[in-house]
Design a protein around this ligand. Structure first.
Ligand code: OGA
Ligand code: NI
Length: 358
């Protein structure tokens, strides 16, 4: 029954493995050959995901605004991923948020262990996603916490060190929720809907919002493993604040893996499975993964903007036509997220499994 109550095996902190200086990684982290980073990886190409400058989105220049909307429309259709700059979130706040998490992960292990999480809610300090016994694991640790709904926000599950943690994280959450709201309007208009409709389909004010901070320790054999296995994000939309020094995020473009080159103080925006479903696959969530390296740790903050968790999510009726029947069956996000929490990251198999029988 209670298969989400506890981990199937004792938790090993990847950071401890890395710090031990062992020259080879344990077998549990060795990926099958076809999943290893060298396969179809285009690490040093000039290709990058689109960068969209949001300055002008609210100005009087209607032509400029139309251009920005169009750039986002193309990015959503062709990539499912883009970066935004001049997005309105304070660059100082972004730097401080990333820095405080670096400080947190650099605390002594005993301090961090006080926040150890369980699969029941995933909140706190964790080292695996999924509870499949014997699973091959990813080379990363993380910290997970809720912002919204307020009923799930629990300061007891947030770190208290560094001392400005709560204050910085609260402000970070507030500014990112605003940015997500603005982007929802853009996506809604781009889908040919009224400006509020997409947000309303996610539950209006009652969206769910959470943060997953990823810590990818340096790895003695980066060619054999991944920091985070290929997956699409299960929720609505994600705003990722990447490491400012160390690349690692790769996005699937057709058969290739493109390494994202972050612009200074940009957020990386990506479409999650729930917007794929709501948009009846006009927009698709795109697979991505993280590679690690042997010389530097990497930190990233993934901010997830999700539907209210107990409402059915299905293709919006405006986007269903005789030519384009509903591609997915309705499911609540509570049900949907159990899948990834049980099985761990597994490409796009989850959203594929929602396809309507025909
Ligand atoms: C995630 C994710 C990418 C990164 O947390 O879902 O895709 O660069 N993170 O850490
Ligand atoms: Ni992701």
């Amino acid at each position: 029954m209670n298969k989400l109550q506890d981990w199937p095996e004792p938790i090993v902190r990847v950071q401890s493995l890395s710090d031990s200086g062992m020259p080879i990684i344990p077998e549990r982290y060795v990926k099958p050959p076809l999943e290893r980073p060298s396969i179809n990886s285009t690490i040093s190409s000039d290709v990058n995901i689109p960068i969209v400058d949001l300055a002008g989105l609210y100005g009087d220049d209607h032509a400029l605004r139309a251009t920005i909307l169009d750039q986002i429309s193309v990015a959503c259709r062709e990539w499912g991923f883009f970066q935004v700059i001049n997005h309105g979130v304070s660059p100082k706040l972004m730097d401080r948020a990333r820095e405080l998490w670096r400080q947190f992960f650099n605390l002594p292990m005993e301090v961090k262990q006080a926040y150890a999480n369980t699969p029941k809610t995933y909140e706190g300090y964790g080292s695996r996603l999924g509870v499949k016994k014997g699973a091959i694991l990813d080379w990363s640790d993380y910290y997970f916490l809720h912002y919204l709904p307020l009923a799930l926000k629990d300061y007891k599950k947030w770190p208290t060190i560094p001392s400005d943690c709560r204050e910085v994280l609260d402000e970070y959450g507030k500014q990112l929720v605003e940015l997500c709201g603005r982007l929802m309007k853009v996506l809604s208009i781009n889908l040919g809907l009224g400006e509020e409709q997409l947000q309303n389909a996610l539950g209006g004010e009652n969206v769910g919002v959470c943060l997953r901070v990823n810590f990818y320790p340096k790895c003695p054999q980066p060619d054999l493993t991944l920091g985070l296995s290929s997956h699409s994000d299960p929720g609505g939309m994600t705003l990722l604040l990447p490491d400012n020094h160390v690349p690692g995020l790769q996005v699937r473009k057709d058969k290739n893996w493109i390494t994202v080159k972050p612009a200074p103080h940009a957020f990386i925006v990506n479409i999650g499975d729930q917007i794929q479903v709501l948009s009846n696959a006009t927009y698709k969530s795109v697979e991505h993964r993280v590679i690690v390296n042997s010389s530097k740790d990497r930190v990233s903050l993934a901010f997830f903007y999700n539907p209210k968790s107990d409402i059915p999510i299905e293709p919006m009726k405006e986007l269903v036509t005789p030519d384009r029947p509903p591609l997915y069956q309705a499911m609540t996000f509570d049900e949907y997220r159990l899948f990834i929490r049980t099985r761990g990251p597994s490409g796009k198999s989850q959203v594929e499994s929602l396809k309507s029988p025909r």
